[in-house]
Design a protein around this ligand. Structure first.
Ligand SMILES: Nc1ncnc2c1ncn2[C@@H]1O[C@H](COP(=O)(O)OP(=O)(O)O)[C@@H](O)[C@H]1O
Ligand SMILES: [Mg+2]
Length: 375
């Protein structure tokens, strides 16, 4: 029988790390933070918010923010320094700032505090990592960096359609799709689709050079990857994909907290809800395409794939990760494909997944407090 940290006079504390904001105190999804604070209260972990400006590794106390649920107000106060830090810095640009990098790297090195989810992922790096193991490789669509018209030529030789994605993108921003249409033997036609706000814009090009020029016009300063297109299973003529949430448990091991589904909008090339997509029930959608028995089997395959992929990502990243969400495609023959992983998952709207996700963050923090690596 051990003793709890409470008995030793510690109060297990989890700091949600974000950045300061001049208008609304600090950045991030505040409702998300509140839900985590409530779950912490219920399960015995003291949860508060700390900004990168205030955080310091060397002092016993830091300036943090607590929420007063009666007055419905945040208040800035001195809090005991945390044992665990949950990184929710909301934007890549902010996370890349030198002073913030310094803080995160100090936390990574420190034995006194456990940081999980040290940074955003980069879409290209993810594919490099996942191609490095024979367990994860079968789930990976062929992907390459898109630097020249030649890259397009190579990819279009092998695949009849491609997805072009910014390596630092999210929520469908900047995604384009190319289709090679060969109506008759002599003429080739390449169709480029891209999403501009809510609208889809289509252009046609007889040559790859023309296609490349159109792409260059719209890529801005962003680095892109080109990826083999996957013929997604459909429901009611709408493509859908799976969103898995994978988190570490109170035992410190990866587990799938839930899998949801997202259906593409009628003419959309992605399944994002803000772009006309909608939430679906994986079991129902898959049963429609594959029948009951195969649907069940595909879901268990997806769960297994998610764990394999998450473990490989963590191992290759060289850092301690606590959670990620993953976009997985199911093709028309029932195979599972990896599209991307997100180290700072957005809120899942499915209530069951939502509840579990909050409890797991607290549970994993408790695990880290008791068993985390010490140097
Ligand atoms: N290779 C692909 N084949 C078919 N559909 C894809 C492919 N890549 C992405 N998609 C569709 O586009 C969506 C967004 O792609 P994703 O890589 O998740 O980018 P984002 O970071 O913008 O969410 C996916 O959820 C999927 O529906
Ligand atoms: Mg995505």
């Amino acid at each position: 029988m051990g003793f709890t940290l409470h008995e030793r006079g510690y109060n297990p504390a989890l700091a949600i790390l974000t950045v300061k904001d001049s208008k609304r105190v600090f950045r991030g999804n505040l409702n998300n933070f509140l839900d985590l604070i409530k779950t912490g209260n219920r399960l015995g972990v003291d949860v508060y918010v700390v900004t990168t400006n205030d955080f310091s590794l060397s002092s016993a106390h830091v300036q943090g923010y607590r929420y007063d649920f009666d007055k419905k107000k945040w208040s800035r106060e001195l809090v005991p320094s945390p044992q665990v830090i949950y990184n929710r810095i909301p934007y890549r640009k902010m996370e890349m700032r030198p002073e913030i990098q310094q803080t995160l790297q100090a936390c990574n090195r420190s034995g006194a505090v456990q940081l999980f989810n040290p940074s955003f992922f980069n879409k290209w790096t993810l594919f490099e990592w996942l191609n490095n193991s024979k367990e994860s490789k079968p789930y990976i669509p062929e992907t390459r960096q898109l630097k020249s018209a030649q890259d397009l030529t190579q990819m279009l030789k092998k695949h009849s359609f491609l997805y072009l994605k910014p390596v630092r993108g999210k929520a469908g921003k900047g995604i384009m799709r190319i289709e090679r249409l060969t109506s008759n033997v002599k003429s080739t036609d390449y169709k480029l689709s891209r999403q501009a706000n809510k609208q889809m814009i289509l252009t046609h090009h007889p040559t790859i050079d023309g296609l490349w020029n159109e792409f260059v016009l719209h890529r801005g300063k962003n680095e892109y990857i080109a990826q083999q297109g996957i013929e997604l299973a459909r429901f009611d003529h709408r493509a859908f994909d799976l969103r898995a949430l994978i988190q570490k448990t109170s035992k410190g091991t990866w587990s799938v907290s839930g899998i949801g589904a997202r259906l593409a909008g009628k003419s959309s090339i992605t399944t994002h809800v803000p772009r006309g997509g909608s939430i679906g029930e994986p079991r129902k959608l898959l049963t429609h395409s594959f029948g009951n028995k195969r649907a069940k089997n595909i879901i268990s395959k997806a769960r297994k794939a998610a764990i394999t992929l998450a473990s490989q990502i963590e191992q290759q990243s060289g850092h301690q990760l606590g959670e990620m969400s993953m976009d997985l495609g199911v093709d028309t023959t029932g195979n599972i494909w990896f599209f991307e992983a997100n180290s700072k998952p957005m809120k899942f709207d499915e209530p069951k997944i939502r509840k579990k996700s909050l409890e797991r963050i607290i549970g994993y923090s408790q695990y880290l407090i008791h068993h985390g690596r010490r140097r």
